[in-house]
Design a protein around this ligand. Structure first.
Ligand SMILES: Nc1nc2c(ncn2[C@@H]2O[C@H](COP(=O)(O)OP(=O)(O)OP(=O)(O)O)[C@@H](O)[C@H]2O)c(=O)[nH]1
Length: 848
């Protein structure tokens, strides 16, 4: 659909074709529509219907096109009416499919008559009786049923204008500049005359024409616009053959040409370089009307039949002004004529082309702007329009095609320039959509990249981070480039390389962030493994305090750390971590591993845990002998000595726990503190990292705590010592063996009594059987609790009874007297005087 600037040659060729085609269409239109049967029968011309216009003069006014005055008597160009009239005539959209001819000649030489007969126009014809000028100014009319614009020009050498040759020159120049075919009308008897044959006027026209060509040649590189001069000799009697008249005229014209003052570079030019000539003669209209009509009909074929060897509207004569630009073109030519400027046609054509190309471009752009409005909403909403590129190309192509179609006929250089301007304008309008689409695409691709990487990391159990990121990055970039290419229109200076670079940068930045996260995750996993790896061996080592306790711990630490580091380095390879990142991560890993170890050590040296360890150590030494057999203390044993030894040995263990200090120096661990490294210190200052002071981490607990632990342990050890002592006493306080012999001797009778008595024996058996059942069914516990509960209940009841019994009121005195006798009563009375008597009284009242 798009037309390229470079194919201007094709456009010119197309224009030629259009011109040819337009003429063909005219012929076909005329052939298809004969005006009247009478006219056809009167025709002596070709049988293709071209002669039908012989009756045009007789045709009704309605059939004829309206004429209009193009330039009035006051030399004013009728700007207002021309364009509408052109539209009325149906020629506005004719493009190059029209022709323009004008007539030139002395006044009242039958010009209007001839035009009306040739083209079916409606120009005024002079009234025979009055014999005065009828055509004033310049008139224009469309040929009947033909795409020919005919100009009837005011006659030269008129009585009315007298000496004033101004208008006839102007109108002649105007006709020459605009018409393809200029009919020069003259009486036969004027041939050979200078003024009568308008030779003076033609000389002026030729001179201006040369000036015109001089300017034109400079601009159009030697291109020549030829004009056809068709000499029509009226009232040809036939005495002098046409050839002779023609020779006279040609000779006169050559003479005029030779006498011209030619501009530089055209001194040697011939008249035939710029003009073609044709000659025809018409019989006397009044004396030989039939012959006159026949001759006119024959002449018409030259205007309407392209196959006619003398066809006048040949393509080379066409001025290449599209019909819609004609009003502006003719108006500006007239203005040039009026202002006496040189008729610089190429300039005029350029001006016209600029004017029209602007108009056409604006119209095409307005339609285009309306069509692309819809894109804005989509692009601004963040959507990626799949078809945006194709749609933009389509709308731009449509606008350009419209412009090419209408403006391609105008001045090629201007057309190309204006086309470039339009293309730039179209591209500028589409550019925001292109950029918006890229922005949206960028966003979508980034989001897709991130989610794809995360999804693969979630779904693939053994993923290689580097591979996942690499392949997804490649995919995202390929997707972006492919989609960006779709919106990248030809004939623009748009590029996507910047956006591609930016996308790559952002993908890399996301990948880096993800890698940092992933590294953190990996390091956390490694740290967990370190913790796990340290836990048991460290616990075991610390449970057995010894001089080499820390050697075992640090050996384990080294092994675990080595394992962790190699795991990190192996995984870091697939993460594409930089050396700096690896170094920093390894430092962090060592620190964290050490902190984990310290945490485990702290856990194992917490007050209660350490106390238990010390107690165990003490007990191992105090309660068990060298063979690990528990000791049973006998009075003769040296409990004090054993206690002191075990206690002192255990106390000596406390300093071992207080500092991480291996016996073997090669096992000692040394890590850099944060204060050693400025970067780490800066991170600590920013609060991103915790302060790490390695030497301080070697101290497990302080001297004060050491003393406190020692004191606490001593107390526990003392308690164990006392316990041991007690166990010795209890073993001493045991029942001696002979007591059992005494018991058997003393209880022999009772035992025999039970064994011999069936009742007692049966009761004993029942008791034994019950005991067996209880033991067998493991009912000892429940039975004990039941017994206890019953005991408690009995105890409670007994308690209640006793309490209620002892809380009874004291008996009254007389009752006491009765119970204890009067002697005692008197004695009681003797002792209970004063307050005692009152108390009894109070008790009695309470009882009542
Ligand atoms: N003798 C003769 N008279 C003609 C011929 N054609 C037209 N006339 C007559 O000449 C007179 C003038 O004709 P117009 O057609 O008005 O002539 P014109 O050249 O258009 O006149 P202006 O427009 O006034 O310059 C009319 O009366 C016509 O009838 C012709 O071929 N021979």
């Amino acid at each position: 659909m798009e037309l390229n600037i470079d194919n201007a040659t094709a456009i010119v060729a197309q224009q030629q074709q259009e011109l040819e085609q337009a003429h063909q269409e005219q012929v076909q239109a005329l052939s298809a529509q004969p005006i009247s049967a009478a006219a056809t029968s009167a025709s002596a011309g070709p049988t293709n219907g071209l002669s039908t216009l012989s009756g045009a003069a007789a045709a009704t006014t309605e059939q004829k096109a309206d004429r209009m005055q193009l330039v009035d008597e006051e030399q004013r160009f009728n700007d207002d009416q021309f364009a509408p009239k052109l539209r009325d005539w149906g020629l506005e959209d004719a493009g190059f499919g029209y022709d323009l001819c004008a007539v030139l000649g002395s006044q009242s030489t039958g010009k209007s008559t001839l035009l009306n007969k040739l083209f079916g126009t409606s120009f005024d014809v002079m009234d025979e009786k009055q014999r005065r000028q009828t055509t004033k100014g310049i008139w224009m009319c469309r040929g009947l049923k033909m795409n020919v614009l005919v100009m009837d020009v005011e006659g030269t050498d008129g009585r009315e204008r007298g000496e004033d040759q101004d208008f006839e020159r102007k109108s002649a120049l105007f006709s020459m500049a605009s018409a393809e075919v200029l009919i020069v009308n003259m009486w036969e008897h004027q041939v050979g005359l200078y003024q009568g044959a308008n030779m003076g006027l033609l000389k002026t026209v030729f001179e201006v024409n040369l000036g015109l060509f001089q300017a034109g040649k400079a601009k159009s590189h030697g291109a020549k616009d030829k004009t056809l001069l068709l000499f029509v000799i009226r009232d040809h009697v036939g005495t002098t053959p046409l050839e002779n008249l023609q020779a006279t005229i040609v000779s006169d014209l050559n003479k005029i040409w030779d006498s011209l003052s030619k501009p530089d570079g055209l001194e040697a030019s011939q008249i035939s370089d710029f003009f073609d000539f044709m000659f025809t003669a018409l019989p006397h209209k009044v004396l030989l009307p039939a012959e006159f009509d026949k001759a006119v009909n024959r002449l018409r074929t030259r205007f309407v039949d392209p196959k006619d060897p003398n066809f006048v509207f040949r393509t080379e004569y066409h001025k290449r002004i599209p019909a819609d630009g004609l009003p502006h073109y003719l108006s500006s030519i007239w203005e040039q004529v009026m202002t006496n400027k040189d008729l610089d046609l190429p300039t005029q054509q350029e001006l016209l082309a600029q004017f029209r190309c602007d108009e056409i471009a604006n119209a095409a752009f307005a339609t285009f702007a309306g069509e692309i409005k819809a894109f804005r909403r989509h692009v601004e909403s963040g959507t990626v329009l799949e078809t945006l590129g194709a749609d933009m190309a389509l709308h731009r192509g449509t606008a350009l095609a419209k412009f090419d179609k209408d403006a391609g006929r105008y001045h090629q250089e201007v057309y190309r320039r204006k086309r470039t301007d339009l293309l730039e304008k179209l591209n500028a309008s589409l550019s925001p959509f292109f950029l918006g689409q890229l922005k949206n695409l960028h966003k979508h691709v980034l989001a897709a990249f991130k989610s794809n990487v995360l999804e693969r990391m979630r779904n693939e159990s053994n993923y290689d981070f580097g591979e996942v990121v690499g392949s997804e990055k490649e995919r995202a970039q390929a997707k972006f480039s492919a989609a960006a290419k779709l919106v990248l229109l030809a004939d623009t200076d748009w590029t996507v390389s910047e956006e591609e670079a930016q996308l790559e940068e952002e993908i890399q930045s996301i990948a880096d962030t993800m890698r940092v996260e992933e590294t953190k995750k990996m390091v956390a996993q490694i740290e967990r493994n370190v913790k796990k790896g340290l836990a048991e061996p460290v616990e075991l080592a610390l449970n057995k305090p010894s001089e080499t306790m820390w050697d075992a711990v640090l050996e384990t630490f080294r092994a675990v750390l080595q394992q962790a580091e190699s795991t990190y380095l192996r995984k870091a390879k697939s993460f594409n971590c930089t050396d700096d990142e690896n170094t920093a991560a390894l430092i962090a890993l060592r620190r964290k591993s050490w902190i984990s170890l310290r945490a485990k050590v702290d856990e194992q040296t917490a007050d209660t845990v350490l106390a238990a360890k010390l107690r165990n150590t003490f007990e191992d030494r105090f309660r068990y002998d060298e063979n690990g057999v528990p000791r049973v203390w006998k009075p003769e044993d040296d409990i004090d000595g054993a206690y002191q030894k075990a206690r002192d040995e255990t106390l000596a263990m406390i300093p071992l726990y207080s500092k991480i200090e291996p016996r073997d120096d090669s096992l000692a661990v040394s890590l850099p503190s944060t204060s050693d490294d400025p970067a780490s210190q800066a991170a600590v200052d920013r609060g991103e990292e915790e302060e790490f002071d390695f030497p301080s981490t070697l101290v497990v607990f302080s001297e004060a705590r050491k003393a406190e632990i020692g004191t606490r342990f001593r107390k526990e050890a003392d308690a164990l010592y006392v316990e041991a002592k007690r166990s010795t006493v209890s073993s001493i306080a045991q029942v001696p063996l002979w007591m059992y012999g005494v018991m058997v001797v003393l209880g022999w009778n009772e035992m025999m009594a039970v064994l011999r008595s069936p009742v007692y024996f049966a009761f004993l058996l029942v008791c034994l059987a019950s005991a067996y059942v209880v033991w067998k069914l493991n009912l000892g516990g429940p039975l004990t609790s039941v017994t206890k509960a019953v005991g408690r209940e009995v105890h409670r009841l007994a308690d209640e009874q006793l309490r209620s019994h002892f809380s009874q009121p004291l008996p009254r005195p007389q009752m006491l007297d009765e119970r204890y006798g009067s002697g005692s009563s008197s004695s009681r009375n003797a002792t209970s005087t004063g307050a005692g008597g009152e108390e009894i009284e109070l008790e009695e009242k309470k009882a009542l």
